[in-house]
Design a binder for this molecule. Structure first.
Ligand code: 5AD
Length: 319
């Protein structure tokens, strides 16, 4: 469907959003069905050279204890995830130069042997690096644009620009990656018009996936005193993303669940069809603090079963 920025802005502001939720839910059923995809998420390094003012992993945070997984341990964890039934693994990290393009390429090649699809989510790289990883077997790439307002983007990211970010996304798309964008709701200075622009940017890039989650302040970042994003507005943005990108994979984001577990479940009736489950080793999981959150310490197989049961309880089919 096509909407103008003004139309999206007034939809976001509606008093009663019920009809749009219903439309998004019906369209989701038609385009991607009742299946919910469970993705394994392996957070392999919390080192980061970037200065993003909202993120707990940003380079200036001295309090955080940093870890890097040995590539052999990453491969072993991926194998365990495959045995537990996962068909896709997301390899996510801060922008950590220890993992050179060759190292990541080798890890991708090894994990590819499990038969799982591989999603990379490790930041901005030049085209030749993205191409190399694609040749090694990477199928998908997640790189949220975070906000479509160039001035806001620059203030949140002192070391990069929206143009560079969007250029990466277009390159990924051109190289044949299933490309994942996304943004945060409730960033200080964001307006409904910004969110309308965020939605249109996803459509313009032709995103195959879009992660939309509320901003959550982290106490050791410059944005510590900013209020968190609205869960209602997050769900509205997901519903509109479904209308704009009918076939996209739209996750119920972890951040939404951190603010409100019930809303994370509810977003599956507003257009969402994907959930991520951490397979990061329990001792490291706690240190991957993008925003403050706690996660249960169950093993990979139990975690997978729990998530499958949650999906079945919503009358949907886990895959
Ligand atoms: N609150 C919510 N989401 C955040 N992210 C980073 N920091 C925060 C925060 N404080 C999101 C960004 C990033 C993803 C990995 O996590 O959208 O792309």
């Amino acid at each position: 469907m096509t909407y103008t920025r003004e139309q999206l802005e007034s939809l976001l502001a509606l008093e009663d959003f019920h009809d749009i939720y219903a439309q998004a839910d019906a369209l989701r059923r038609e385009t991607v069905g009742d299946v919910v995809h469970i993705r394994a998420l392996l957070e392999f390094s919390n080192h980061c050279k970037r200065l993003c003012t909202y993120c707990g992993l940003n380079a200036t945070d001295q309090k955080l204890s940093r870890f890097r997984m040995d590539p052999r341990d990453m491969i072993a964890t991926a194998q365990e995830a495959a045995r537990a039934g996962y068909r896709t693994i997301v390899l996510q990290s801060g922008e950590d130069p220890w993992y050179t393009p060759d190292r990541i390429g080798d890890i991708v090649k090894q994990i590819k042997k499990t038969g799982m699809a591989i999603t990379l989510s490790c930041g901005e790289f030049p085209e030749d690096v993205y191409r190399y990883w694609r040749d090694c077997g990477a199928d998908r790439y997640l790189l949220k644009h975070e906000t479509s307002d160039p001035a806001l983007y620059a203030s949140l990211h002192p070391d990069s620009s929206l143009d560079a970010r969007v250029a990466c996304l277009r390159t990924l798309k051109k190289l044949g990656y299933e490309t994942g964008g996304g943004f945060m709701i409730g960033l200080p200075g964001q307006t409904l018009s910004t969110i309308a622009g965020d939605l249109l940017l996803l459509q313009d890039i032709g995103c195959d996936m879009a992660g939309i989650g509320p901003f959550i302040p982290h106490p050791d970042t410059p944005l510590r005193d900013a209020p968190h994003g609205s869960t209602e507005l997050t769900k509205r943005a997901v519903a509109l993303a479904r209308l704009l990108l009918p076939k996209a994979n739209l996750p119920a984001t972890t951040a939404l669940g951190v603010l409100d577990g019930a809303q994370k479940e509810n977003v599956f009736s507003c257009g969402a069809n994907v959930i991520m489950r951490k397979v990061t080793p329990n001792n490291l999981k706690k240190l991957y603090q993008i925003y403050p959150a706690s996660f249960s310490d169950v093993d990979i197989r139990t975690g997978r079963r729990e998530t499958e049961a949650e999906i079945r309880s919503m009358q949907r089919t886990p895959v």
